[in-house]
Design a protein around this ligand. Structure first.
Ligand SMILES: [Zn+2]
Length: 223
């Protein structure tokens, strides 16, 4: 199987859909580079250069969204590091229709082409249930899942002894608001790609393993 050479995948799905995990599995299985926008931004924010300082100020000091122009600069930079023949899985980008359009130009310039868009929908109640279980250690920043990776009432990080908390933006009202904004922006991206016939929808309700098997099956059926 050598299709990984040309595979370029975009993952779309609300928070809690497990798309980050599926992106990692895809990267491993098909030997793709994994460009996760959040991680790329955190990496740049730690660099001591002009772009790094700008990004750091935006996300860490002002808590703002990164402007499109800068997002493109960062994605293009990350793509340049990937060998020409290697495919890429994108996680966290594009987030708007405008970004999806720019992304096409970016790929073309790099001699690449988007081959799959995997959409992992999730019921609102499931997103809320899954996100309400998220905890984070204030000291080592390790994410935990209450009742899964740490005991339900744990307040101490098993890894470093730091305090484990639930973030304020992981409460139902904030999750709902975020979800509405997400869907509003995602629907136009989906129809944009549907016209091209590259979208596959994989239900995000089942377990990570089941979702992964569905993705693989879809990919095999398609080729
Ligand atoms: Zn910790």
């Amino acid at each position: 199987m050598n299709r990984s050479r040309s595979m370029h995948v975009v993952l779309l799905g609300p928070q809690g859909s497990g798309k980050g995990t599926q992106a990692k599995l895809l990267a491993k299985q098909y030997k793709l580079a994994h460009i996760e926008t959040g991680a790329v931004f955190r990496y740049f924010a730690a660099q001591h250069n002009t772009l790094g300082r700008k990004i750091n100020r935006l996300i860490n000091v002002e808590g703002k969204l990164i402007p499109d122009k800068m997002v493109i600069q960062v994605i293009a930079g990350a793509m340049q590091k990937v060998p020409r023949k290697q495919g890429i899985v994108f996680d966290g980008y594009p987030r708007t229709l405008a970004q999806a359009r720019t992304f096409d130009g970016l790929l073309k310039k790099a001699g690449r082409e988007l081959t799959h868009v995997i959409y992992i929908p999730l019921r609102q109640s499931t997103t809320i249930r899954r996100l309400s279980l998220r905890r984070i250690c204030l000291k080592c920043r390790t994410p935990w899942i209450s009742g899964v990776t740490i005991p339900r009432r744990a307040v101490i990080c098993p890894q470093c002894g730091g305090k484990v908390i639930q973030r304020k933006d992981d409460t139902p009202p904030v999750i709902k608001k975020r979800l509405r904004e997400y869907l509003k922006k995602t629907k136009p991206i989906l129809s944009y790609y549907k016209h091209r016939g590259i979208v596959m929808t994989v239900d995000g309700e089942p377990s990570i393993g089941t979702v992964w098997r569905s993705i693989k099956k879809h990919l095999h059926d398609r080729h």
